[in-house]
Design a protein around this ligand. Structure first.
Ligand code: ADP
Ligand code: MG
Length: 231
């Protein structure tokens, strides 16, 4: 299962959001799209997800995706367990099996102590964890993350970075992250696509061992990308 764009263009009425975008994401890769705001990063994710349709070009999209946004739409009247179970309810899965799946991801996202909490009684970081658990519970081929950390403080963000890296390594899922932070993309992903002027201008391969921020070459990689980002 790969994701592929071939010469994809996207217009929203008068706004041209994507210009001749081509890339290939292989199964199990962890990649990111970075770039200034308003240049089409979210549009790429929405086209991968099938929420938006390309105006022209060819797209090979995955069948089953899990998606996490900057602010997750949790159902305020449902507790953590029910919010995570949501995507499974429509699939006629036996309740016993739902229970096992939900607890697996609640544990993975360190929410064991909050199972019966409602979203209003959770911190911002915990709410994002619920959203990630819910996205994973349906066992998607691909996890799409659209700036999922940008409303969180740096400490919580760093913890979630580590958790997402572990999930990727332990599940082998394909993960596509959108970020406007170069450091975030370099600390997490194997391949970085830079989107500028609604075009894919550069692709960077990051071949550093984890944890990357401690690596001597981390800032060197960040600077290399920063030069292109602000050019
Ligand atoms: P990014 O995620 O990089 O900030 P987006 O993909 O959200 O960028 O947006 C790219 C461009 O398309 C922007 O100019 C934005 O205003 C526009 N756009 C995005 N979604 C819509 C929409 N549903 N209708 C009209 N214009 C949109
Ligand atoms: Mg966006």
């Amino acid at each position: 299962m790969t994701i592929e764009f071939k010469h994809v263009n996207k217009s929203y009425e008068k706004i041209h959001a994507l210009e001749d975008i081509s890339f290939l994401i292989k199964k199990g890769e962890f990649v990111s799209f970075i770039g200034p705001s308003g240049e089409g990063k979210s549009t790429i994710l929405k086209i991968i997800a099938g929420i938006e349709k390309e105006t022209s070009g060819t797209v090979i999209r995955p069948e089953k995706i899990g998606m996490v946004f900057q602010t997750i739409a949790l159902f305020p009247w449902l507790n953590v367990y029910e919010n995570v179970a949501l995507g499974l309810r429509s699939k006629k899965i036996p309740e016993k099996e739902i229970h096992l799946i939900v607890h697996k991801y609640i544990k993975m996202m360190k929410l064991e102590n909050f199972v019966t909490h409602r979203p209003a009684d959770l911190s911002g970081g915990q709410r994002q964890r619920v959203g990630i658990a819910r996205a994973l519970a349906i066992d998607p081929e691909v996890l799409l993350l659209d700036e999922p950390f940008s409303a969180l403080d740096p400490k919580i963000t760093a913890e979630l970075h580590d958790d997402i890296i572990s999930i990727w390594r332990n599940t082998g899922k394909t993960i596509v992250l959108v970020s406007h932070l170069i450091e975030e993309a370099v600390s997490m992903t194997e391949k970085i696509f830079l989107i500028k002027g609604n075009r894919l201008t550069n692709t960077f391969l990051i071949d550093l061992p984890y944890p990357r921020r401690e690596h001597g070459r981390f800032m060197e990689e960040v600077s290399k990308i920063r030069r292109e980002f602000f050019k």
